[in-house]
Design a protein around this ligand. Sequence first.
Ligand SMILES: [Fe+2]
Length: 280
Amino acid sequence: MARIVAGVGCSHVPAIGAAIDLGKTKEDYWKGVFEGFERSKQIMAEINPDIVIEVYNDHGTAFSLQYIPTFSLGVAAEFQPADEGWGPRKVPVVKGDPEFAWHLVESLILNEFDMTIINEMEVDHGLTVPLSLMFGQKDAWPCPVIPLCVNVVTYPPPTGKRCYALGKAIRKAVESYPKDLRVAVFGTGGMSHQIHGERCGLINKAFDKSFLDRLTSDPEGLAKMPHMEYVREAGAEGIEMVMWLIMRGALGDNVEEVYRFYHVPASNTAVGNIILKSKS
Ligand SMILES: [Fe+2]
């Protein structure tokens, strides 16, 4: 039986990917960010998952405004890094696992989560930056990755409660897969940031800390937070954090927080990382 062993919450700031790719990680502005992720990489190497389900949002790369699925899942054998305007990131091709992905899709849809099925898709920084931060720069990613996309770009995004319930359905789907796989679930995006308008540059450290605390200890309560509270407290793009609730729902009730890292700023955003182990 497959089982979920760990969950990761991780920002997916595009400038972090550029800093890695351009060799700037030791520069004064960036070193505080990357030093914090050294321990993350060690922990992930110890956890050594067989497969990752990565929850992220597409940023107008794979989906234009013509098609905006609320929840979608990639079932392809591989996903090429996307060209987001500066050429594709020079990171490995993301290998999927069609058999496992189709099992997830079947289980989720038959359990009332109507996922959009994606047979072909390029993946942007939302997916590749957390992989770089958790696994380092590799010739190949250490395991297959199943992309699970969430619309947090166009109103209305799904509620935190719905995201948390999707996580629970993912857990059920994973545990009904007959192969022995140790699965990690990533929730990406955030933390507090707004990249436009009068409040551009907004950071709210107190909110971010509270979000991380509650993600570990009070996910049921956190899942009830309305969209307006994310937007008011964490900025318009802070709504990305609802995706972390999918990861948290997948981990079950009993978790151990094994690592947390938080840093401001990185390209006008607050960067956060949390690693949880499932104890049940
Ligand atoms: Fe994003």
